[in-house]
Design a protein around this ligand. Structure first.
Ligand code: HDE
Length: 719
């Protein structure tokens, strides 16, 4: 264990992790307890085994002689209760699971570093932003919202984007999503929202899906959700990779500078790889081909040294500007358009280390929006205010103790000292009798403990808000929160034609799964306030008579469309971070394959060889091993595909459903298909027609891995 520390400094992460590593934490015995001449240090090193392996012991240090057979009364007799090895092993195993998160149960985490790239002391006294180059470690957890911990990675769902920054002035948790707005305006509705979206209470399904009756029933009755619904039905909720999605703090927060001046701030994480999403058909197929698609993608990218990066951007505005807007900046169902307040980049985050242990780190990490540091403060957003309570509370039920902050992944990396004591699973051993304050123990030469620091400690910002009368207690929603449609319209009208079609199809799909017709109709009646064309398309898709327009609490206004809201307008035409599937078979030209692999790697992409068999295959110029077998490596797993085949092999594969589907899907998902002459028969069988994205192998590098949306009308009915 880390040495007990009277100052109660947090154990550093390294120390704390070491404390559970076999061989650490031995008491300093020098006597021999093992084989002749063997000391504790030898035992720790596993001296006995001669191969560096440690001795297997129980949790109290007793060595096991046999880990295969329990202790029994006779060769064929019952097992003895006396077997303390067996009892402890089974006892511990029985209690391995902890309650999963009520939302965001399915998540993937990684370590990294954040660095300030632009000092902004005039805006905030937060130490991390005081000087360019200031840096701190971070831990990030990406998640889906609705599904359980073992659910698939690619349902249509919002993604959590939670960042813990271990700064020198304490942990700052920016617990955001990949969508900048939320379904509801007030925390009091959160339990209802979550009950409605999770599997239905009586039947226990569907898992990880919004496409069901109770979700849409709640949504139809909650017009404030309409803006979020536009985002949720867009391709934002089916990201290609965590590495290619934006993150948002969602709420307006406050920056406070050394003079005590406050300004509103909205936080944005912008992925260096640009934005990219899958298509719905692709996401559904990925769920079968690789349920861990996004988790694997993150892990493999970091393991390969392709570290994902995001720029941290801020939008800054003051009370005066906020008061002039047609929406309330305290309303989490609204964005502040980037065209009105541009995003300034102030830092960069790099994820450069995978977790060592999923449970200890990704599962036990506890994010608290209430973790802010001096220079960053909350606002009166009623959703944020509710979150400030909920997250602390939930950690007690998940992690079982108020001492969850001592778990290495949660502990700050700066010292912490206070008079909080005891509680379950207390691992610190404070010394002395100063566990209260004030005390005068110092006058007798005793350790008196820490004191508050008025100069550098956290002080809450007092907003000068003329629109608020704190002397009244009211259960109301501020007037400006009433416009539920203008920004939903802004979002829809900022999308490309293809993206608008995706939103319409997503709504048709989701509502088609709703069993109650009046629920479908109510949602469509609300869509009419957003965009008549959208409402008509959805009604048509459901074979529903267009219902009357729902009355709006406030008539929507037209806002200026913004390119920042579209994914397709923010894709970077780069191969970096993308994966290309290369299909080959017996007799394929190894030199051509090597050449193509080299080109992909040079452009920052990852080639992945696919063949009918994974073991060595005889090719022209030697033998070649595949990374994946054809049936297990469908083209949905790649950003683009290429094939280098001899005509006889292509003919053989044309009779194999997996091969034909490989090209059919790549084509239907608007991906680049690079091929050699020999593949022709297979392409014909898959109905692949020539276009700008179907190119000879030699042209692959110039076309790259971007999608060819112009092809879409040929492969989908976009009505
Ligand atoms: Fe959460 N949310 N949330 N949420 N949330 C949780 O905390 C809650 C909201 C978000 O990877 C829970 O530790 C309430 C908005 C993320 O561990 C819980 C309200 C945003 C994560 C909780 C909201 C989020 C959570 C469940 C309405 C985007 C995963 C487990 C007032 C800004 C963090 C946990 C991780 C998790 C409550 C709304 C993001 C129950 C009451 C808005 C990324 O405390």
């Amino acid at each position: 264990m880390p040495k007990p520390d009277s100052s109660h400094d947090s154990p550093s992460l390294d120390n704390a992790l070491r404390s559970v590593t076999p061989g650490q934490g031995q008491p300093p015995f020098e006597d021999n307890i093992g084989n002749a001449g063997e000391t504790h240090q030898d035992i720790a090193k596993g001296a006995d085994h001669g191969d560096g392996a440690a001795h297997l012991t129980d949790n109290f240090g007793h060595r096991l002689a046999d880990n295969q057979n329990s202790l029994r009364a006779g060769e064929r007799g019952p097992t003895l209760l006396e077997d303390f090895f067996l009892r402890e092993k089974i006892f511990h195993f029985d209690h391995e699971r902890i309650p999963e998160r009520i939302v965001h149960a399915r998540g993937s985490g990684a370590h990294g570093v954040f660095q300030c790239t632009k000092a902004i002391p005039e805006l905030t006294k937060a130490s991390i932003f005081r000087k360019e180059g200031n840096s701190c470690p971070v831990f990030v957890r990406f998640s889906t919202v609705a599904g359980g911990a073992g659910s698939i990675d690619t349902p249509r769902d919002v993604r959590g984007f939670a960042v813990k920054l271990y700064t020198d002035s304490g942990n700052w948790d920016l617990v955001g999503n990949n969508i900048p707005v939320f379904f509801i305006q007030d925390a009091i509705k959160f339990p209802d929202l979550v009950h409605a979206v999770k599997m239905e209470a009586d039947r226990g399904y569907p898992q990880a899906a919004t496409a069901h009756t109770t979700f849409w029933d709640f949504i139809g009755l909650m017009p404030e959700s309409m803006h979020m619904i536009m985002w949720a039905m867009s391709d934002r909720t089916i990201p290609r990779s965590f590495r290619m999605m934006e993150g948002f703090g969602v709420h307006s927060f406050r920056f406070v500078n050394a003079k005590g001046e406050g300004r509103f701030v909205k936080f944005h994480w912008k992925p260096v790889l640009g934005l990219e999403s899958t298509s719905w058909d692709e996401a559904v197929k990925i769920a079968g081909a690789d349920p861990d698609f996004l988790r694997r993608d993150l892990f493999e990218a970091i393991a390969a040294g392709n570290y994902p990066q995001w720029d941290l951007g801020v939008q800054i505005f003051d009370e005066q500007w906020a008061a002039q807007q047609p929406y309330d900046v305290l309303d989490a169902t609204k964005i502040v358009p980037e065209d009105d307040i541009p995003v300034q980049i102030i830092g960069r985050m790099t994820l450069n280390r995978n977790v060592d242990n999923f449970f200890a780190e990704t599962e036990q990490v506890a994010f608290l929006p209430s973790n802010v540091i001096p220079g960053i403060d909350f606002t009166n957003d009623p959703l944020l205010q509710g979150r400030l309570f909920s997250y602390l509370d939930t950690q007690k039920s998940r992690l079982g103790t108020t001492n969850f902050h001592q778990i290495p992944i949660n502990a700050p990396k700066c010292p912490f000292h206070n008079f909080q004591r005891d509680g379950m699973m207390q691992t610190l051993v404070p010394t002395g009798r100063a566990n209260y304050e004030p005390n005068s123990l110092a006058e007798a030469g005793e350790e008196a403990g820490p004191r508050a620091c008025p100069e550098t400690g956290f002080t809450s910002f007092t907003a000068n808000d003329e629109r608020n009368d704190p002397s009244q207690k009211l259960r109301v929603r501020a007037e400006l929160f009433a416009d539920h449609y203008s920004q939903a319209r802004l979002f829809y009208r900022s999308q490309t034609e293809s993206e608008q079609a995706h939103i319409a199809s997503a709504l048709v799909f989701e509502l088609s799964k709703v069993e109650l017709e009046h629920v479908r109709a109510r949602v469509v009646s609300r869509l009419r306030n957003i965009d008549e064309d959208l409402a008509t398309r959805v009604a048509d898709g459901l074979a529903l008579d267009l219902p009357e327009k729902a009355p709006a609490a406030k008539e929507p206004i037209d806002m200026k469309p913004s390119d920042a809201l579209s994914i397709q307008k923010n894709v970077k035409p780069i191969m970096t971070g993308r994966k290309v599937g290369i299909l080959f078979a017996e007799g394929s030209d190894k030199a051509a394959i090597d050449r193509l692999k080299g080109e992909i790697e040079k452009a920052g992409g990852t080639p992945f060889l696919v063949a009918p068999k994974v073991g060595g295959i005889k090719v022209k110029g030697g033998t070649l091993k595949a990374d994946g077998q054809l049936a297990g490596s469908p083209s949905v797993l790649f950003d683009a595909v290429a094939s280098i085949l001899m005509p006889d092999q292509a003919e053989k594969l044309a009779k194999d459903g997996a091969a034909v589907q490989w090209f059919m899907d790549a084509y239907a998902h608007c991906k680049t298909i690079a091929h050699c002459e020999g593949t022709k028969i297979l392409l014909d069988k898959a109905h692949v027609e020539p276009d700008e994205g179907v190119v000879p192998i030699e042209e692959f590098a110039s076309v790259g891995t971007r999608r060819h949306w112009a092809r879409e009308p040929k492969v989908r009915d976009l009505a």
